[in-house]
Design a protein around this ligand. Structure first.
Ligand SMILES: CC(C)(COP(=O)(O)OP(=O)(O)OC[C@H]1O[C@@H](n2cnc3c(N)ncnc32)[C@H](O)[C@@H]1OP(=O)(O)O)[C@@H](O)C(=O)NCCC(=O)NCCS
Length: 294
């Protein structure tokens, strides 16, 4: 095996994507190649690979939304772990983001890896739960959902949506607009009251799954949350649905479970490294993250 001195950290290129995907796929996190292409398509300047000769031995995928960046994957090839590759990749990515004036960097860490990020001044913000539901999307009555208050998004609603997304998630409005225009969601459900979105649920359909979120709901009740989730489920193709929720959100947990979701992974940790104060998501918010805006 080559020594550390021969390792190069370089910007990810289009031609790296198949090998990058193969490393990600080895972790069994459920990502599809198209999603990796989509992430790279959103930002071709922030992701890096670690190269030993021509072999990729590590990768960091990252999307710079403008004021905020989101690190999506951090992986070092087995056999190369514990040799400083991860540290060098993260240092490279952060130095680059800092030089561009990005004020906040976030990621969703495996619990075992939170300590790894502490050394770069990432702070633990909150725990996130990952729910999944297998198709078909049939569920028992009762609970007549209040579907009538929700509508599928029309182009006229786009300003209310980006306003709500930036307010609720703390992203700059122009960042949200850019992300939405580059990869518009396949399904966008919203409850608009007086021109303001008081609830919304975005979703994208991939080859094997529907990636649902981000979503939020002001002061959610079980009945309303139920209505929103069932309305979304009625519209997505009969494939698995993945969604994230702050672990503390009991309404979301109860509602997802009553709609047939189960906990796929608990204890994912949202961490942020920020020049300004990074906030926890409001209790009503399911996070941006696994395929949210990405
Ligand atoms: C996590 C991961 C990216 C770290 O990369 P790495 O190249 O093994 O780590 P490095 O050798 O650069 O850095 C290790 C340093 O971080 C520290 N560290 C703390 N917690 C750690 C952890 N859970 N894993 C690895 N390193 C950790 C080590 O003590 C070490 O510091 P030291 O050199 O002062 O002893 C790598 O182990 C990996 O790919 N794991 C599997 C995929 C994964 O879980 N990715 C993270 C998803 S959030």
């Amino acid at each position: 095996m080559a020594g550390r001195s021969e390792l190069r950290i370089i910007r990810m290129k289009d031609s790296h994507l198949p090998e990058v995907f193969s490393l990600i796929d080895n972790e069994n996190w459920g990502w599809e190649f198209a999603e990796i292409q989509q992430i790279y398509g959103l930002d071709q300047g922030s992701s890096v690979v670690a190269l030993d000769g021509r072999d990729i031995v590590g990768l960091v995928t990252c999307i710079d939304f403008g004021s905020t960046a989101f690190i999506v994957h951090v992986i070092v090839r087995k056999g190369w772990r514990g040799k400083g590759v991860g540290v060098r990749m993260i240092e490279t990515v952060l130095a680059d983001l800092d030089s561009r004036g990005v004020s906040s960097v976030e990621l969703h860490a495996n619990p075992e890896a939170v300590e790894f990020y502490n050394q770069f001044s990432f702070k633990r913000l909150e725990d996130i739960t990952f729910f999944a539901k297998d198709a078909p999307h049939s569920f028992p009555e009762p609970s007549a959902p209040s579907e009538s208050s929700f509508s599928w998004l029309s182009p006229d609603d786009a300003p209310a949506l980006s306003e709500a997304l930036s307010t609720v998630f703390g992203y700059k409005k122009e960042d949200v607009e850019k992300a939405l225009s580059k990869t518009p969601p396949h399904q966008a459900l919203a409850r608009i009251v007086s021109g303001r979105a008081t609830a919304m649920f975005l979703s994208r359909t991939g080859r094997d799954l529907n990636a649902a979120g981000p979503w939020f709901m002001d002061e959610p009740t079980r009945a309303e949350a139920d209505g929103m989730i069932r309305t979304m489920l009625s519209a997505v193709p009969a494939k698995r649905v993945d969604v994230l929720s702050p672990a503390s959100n009991e309404v979301a947990k109860a509602t997802f479970e009553s709609c047939g979701f189960s906990v796929a992974k608990a204890g994912i940790v949202r961490v942020a490294r920020s020049n300004s104060a990074a906030n926890r998501y409001p209790g009503s918010v399911l996070s941006l993250g696994h395929l949210g805006l990405i």
